[in-house]
Write a protein that binds this ligand. Structure first.
Ligand code: NAD
Length: 482
């Protein structure tokens, strides 16, 4: 990056003002591809977050009172701002997160699409009339915004994870305080500039950065926050969900995954390999819906393993700004050490490395795209989320065995399988205990469909009409003396 990105802002947005932390504290942000510092952002404490919540609370009545069409018009202006500046926003994303520029462009386009979807959907928040059991009374059900939302988002999709939450919140008539991940705060703060340019009133969206605990504590303990929406790890989500539930707040939890990808003997091999690459290696495997475990039927195992390993070996690794690169760095040293640990554990237990298996010669946090054959249930990645470019191949004989193994995870976010048998497509889709299923498709996320999980992957849905419900309260109105 030669010139400073015009969307890089080093302040927090509170009540329409760009401010630093009260005590001047900052957090440093690093480009994972080079290890070089990009700059700093404020590290705020509870007092600043309380002010952000107060600003959101003050802005709420006027925002909620706007008609859906008025809110939609402002949101659609924000969509225009994003689309007109997509190249700079994508570059900012690659700079702090590391993903290849083409993927960053895709994420920014996705952010605009979520915002547009919810802006349009805002006009379709319908209530009900219910046939009354009383001749002289009428029963209405209306939907109202839940109020101030506290949103916490992860580093792997630093723009679109915010879009899914804030798009739905704004459309519903809620106001919000957003806490982007501390590793990738700039794409989150850039949303503040987007909303400002679109003319969304001060206080409707506030963005704070800093150490997570004080911000999370304020979201949970401040009575003005009526909903906490979180995307991140199951460990943190479980803890926040427990406390937010005790505080009797609405919550949505988009947590970890351990996606299975089942290749049946009757699969289209080329299609399965292409889907496997997209599903596993997007964002260098750092995606909650990324495949974690490949289950391959015995009859196609060797052919799939050979074709898949050859395709993986051809993936170009490097700085996301470099042309042709499809695999960027991992987010930090901790992620790198974790991925190395999975490979060491698997090889010690008999796993066979078909390609990759070690840190990349580029240094930093680059890891070679890796395929490990002869994976078994005793290996750590059978249980735990890898969140990196390592693909374990498990062998199975029967459909029942594959479904049981896939479902044996505590997680239930996404699952994929490849077959050309129509009856099996229905049967297995219904038997897999996951919130999202791809049949002969490895990447299925879209703003028009519900995104979310079951079991330890959390609850609540983002995107689609269901995503809007999460930001609405249902109110029953009984009109008597009619
Ligand atoms: P993480 O749980 O460490 O952090 C997520 C967010 O929570 C960050 O903003 C972080 O600062 C914040 N946080 C951490 N501790 C907190 C606390 N005590 N109070 C309040 N906030 C706190 O997760 P991560 O490493 O950033 O992200 C990776 C995880 O996110 C993976 O498990 C991945 O599967 C999951 N994820 C899930 C989805 C989904 O939609 N289901 C999407 C993307 C990522």
């Amino acid at each position: 990056m030669v010139a400073k990105n015009p969307w890089l802002v080093e302040a927090n947005l509170i009540g329409g003002a760009w401010v630093g932390a009260d005590d001047g504290a900052t957090l440093a942000v690093v480009n994972p591809a080079t290890g070089e510092g990009i700059g700093t952002v404020p590290s705020v404490g509870r007092a600043e977050v309380a002010r952000a919540v107060a600003a959101a609370d003050a802005a709420f009545p006027a925002w909620a009172a706007k008609t859906a069409a008025e809110r939609a018009a402002l949101m659609l202006k924000a969509v225009e701002v994003i689309r007109a500046n997509a190249e700079d926003l994508a570059a900012l994303l690659t700079l702090e997160q590391g993903k290849p520029l083409a993927e960053a462009r895709g994420e920014i386009a996705g952010s605009a699409a979520y915002l547009q979807w919810f802006a349009e959907e805002a006009r379709r928040v319908y209530g009900d009339t219910i046939p009354s059991p009383w001749a002289d009374r009428r029963i209405l059900v209306i939907k109202e915004p839940v109020g101030v939302v506290g949103a916490i988002t992860p580093w792997n999709f630093p723009s679109s994870m915010i879009a899914r939450k804030i798009g739905a919140a704004l459309a519903a008539g809620c106001t919000a305080v957003v806490k982007p991940a501390e590793l990738t705060p700039y794409s989150g703060l850039a949303w503040g500039l987007v909303f400002e340019r679109a003319g969304i009133p001060a206080g409707v969206v506030n963005i704070v950065t800093g150490k997570p605990a004080p911000i999370g504590d304020e979201f949970i303990e401040n009575p003005a926050v009526r909903k906490v929406t979180f995307t991140g790890s199951t460990a943190v989500g479980r803890q926040l969900a427990g406390r937010a539930t005790t505080a009797l707040k609405r919550i949505s939890m988009e947590l970890g995954g351990n996606a299975p990808f089942i290749v049946f003997d009757d699969a289209d091999l080329d299609r399965a390999v292409a889907g496997a690459i997209a599903s596993k290696f997007r964002n260098s495997g750092q995606t909650c819906v990324c495949t974690n475990r490949f289950f391959v039927q015995a009859g196609i195992y060797d052919a799939f393993a050979a074709a898949f390993a050859a395709a993986v070996a051809a993936l170009k690794v490097g700085d996301g700004f470099e042309a042709g690169v499809v695999q960027g760095p991992l987010i930090d040293g901790r992620a790198l050490a974790k991925v190395e640990g999975f490979v060491a554990d698997a090889t010690a237990k008999g796993g066979r490395v078909l390609t990759g298996g070690a840190r990349h010669a580029l240094g930093q946090t680059f890891f070679q795209p890796t395929v490990i054959a002869d994976a078994t249930a005793e290996m750590a990645f059978a249980r735990d989320e890898i969140f990196g470019p390592v693909a374990p191949l498990f062998r199975f004989e029967t459909e029942d065995e594959a479904v049981a193994a896939a479902n044996s995870s505590e997680y239930g976010l996404a699952g994929y399988f490849y077959t050309r048998d129509l009856a099996r497509a229905f049967r297995v889709a219904e038997r897999l205990k996951f919130g999202q299923i791809g049949v002969n498709e490895g990447v299925i996320t879209t703003e028009v469909a519900p995104f979310g999980g079951v079991k330890s992957s959390g609850f609540g849905r983002e995107g689609s009409k269901y995503g809007l419900d999460d930001y609405l309260d249902v109110k029953y109105v009984c009109i008597g003396g009619v």
